[in-house]
Each structure stands twice: as structure tokens, then as C-alpha cells.
Design a protein around this ligand. Sequence first.
Ligand code: KIV
Length: 272
Amino acid sequence: MSVHKSDIKRVTTHVLQEMKLKGEKIAMLTGYDFSMAKIIDNAGIDIILVGDSASNVMAGHETTLPITLDQMIYHASSVIRAVERALVVVDLPFGAYQGNSKEALTSSIRIMKESGAHAVKLEGGEEILESVKRILSAGIPVMGHLGLMPQSIYKYGTYVVRAKENEEADKLIEDAKLLEEAGCFAIVLEKIPASLATRVAQEVKIPVIGIGAGNGVDGQVLVVHDMLGITHEFSPRFLRRYNNLYEEIKGSVENYIKDVKTLDFPNDKEQY
Ligand code: KIV
């Protein structure tokens, strides 16, 4: 029997909440284009994050800061056209929400209206709470992001593990609770001690998704280019590579070049 689009049970924020209650872990990956989104959606991923890491892995910038709202909408629209099951969350890029809550809402509405995405993600706690509330008041689901926040890299100066000291850990716990109270449907915790992430996941009722935050949380997220080994220079301790596509793709291209140059390709069967 063939499966129709309408037969597929879509992942919603409610489904994610139920998964947390049942102790079923949530699997999330980034996605930025139609073809990759189709593969990871068909594989059964729960959430696709159109991350501003597109700035690094798609555009080759050193940080996530340069990517624009228009570029994020372009990536998100491509992903949405491919996805039948996963919840699609889109990062609000640097500069599209920090100014004031009205700007945050306007940017979020543009993402939802122009891409068809299902939710937005913002980096920060107490300092962006007014924006979070304003976006939520428009009926747009919001995912929080605490711990290492790459949009603030020039404030930290480094990508090392965050919240190792008590003061920063206490603020992170407080921020997580504020985001939960405001109505966020989930929170990403990036690169913090596993014990702290476990504590946050126990103290809030909404799903907590970790990246470099241990396995005591409700789910995991990785950048798809990193876990597939398309990027090969980036090797943080938290990363598990499931493939080495950099070498595989390079090898295939080398074979293609050789075949073209030696007149092996196309052969008699590969022409009209
Ligand atoms: O942009 C991104 O890829 C992210 C993940 C690291 C969570 O925010």
C-alpha cells in the first residue's frame, strides 16, 4: 500500500511534549536545502533546524553573524518544500531580533509567512524575554537556545564549554525556567557540562535538546554536515561522525575527472 502525504503523522510541538513525558528521545538535525531535507525527513528525523550555521557550512563564513533574514528565509523555504513529517524550526539570524521586540516579531512573521516554517529559535534568556513573549503572543512557537550562543561569539571570544562556573550555571537554570514560563516549547542547550544539562532537563517540563550537553537531556541535535563528515576540519569532542562524505565525494569526483579525461565516460550505452 502506498503512503499518502495525509497518512504521515506530522511532528508537532505537542508530539514533542508527549515524547518527553514518555521518555522517548527526540532526534534533531540541521537542514538547509531541499535535497538533504528530503533525505533526513524520509529517514524519520523529528525536528529539522534551519540553523544559522548555514552561514558557516553553506556560505563559508567564519561565524554565524553575516547570514541575513532573507537568506534564512530562502533556506527555510527550500527545506519546507521537501518535508512531510518533521517539525521545521528556523533560527532568527543575528540582527533580526536583538534590537527590540517589535523587530523580533516582524522578523518571525516574515519567516513564518514567506517560508511556511513551523517555529523559530532565538539565542538568549532574560535579555530577550520580551521578544520571546511578543512572538509567542502572535501564535508562533518559540524554541530557546542557551549555553554557548554562537551569535555572541565576539562577547565570549571563544567557543569553549560554557557555564562551568556556578554563577553562569545558576543564570542558565534561571533563564531556562523563564523561557519555559514564557511559553517556549523546547530549549536547545549548547556545549555545557552534562550534569548541568541533566539538571535543566529535570527541572523544566518542556523538552531540552542538547548539543555537546551529554545524554541526560530529552534529545540531541547535530549539524548535518558535521555528522555526515562533509566538514572534516571541525572535530569537537561531542561530535560523532556517521560517515566520511568528504572523502567519498572527493573520491567520486576524482573518478569522474579521470573517466572524462580518458574518454571512458560516456561509453556507448551512455549516449543517444
Ligand atoms: O545553527 C545551528 O546549527 C544551531 C545548532 C548548533 C543548535 O543553532
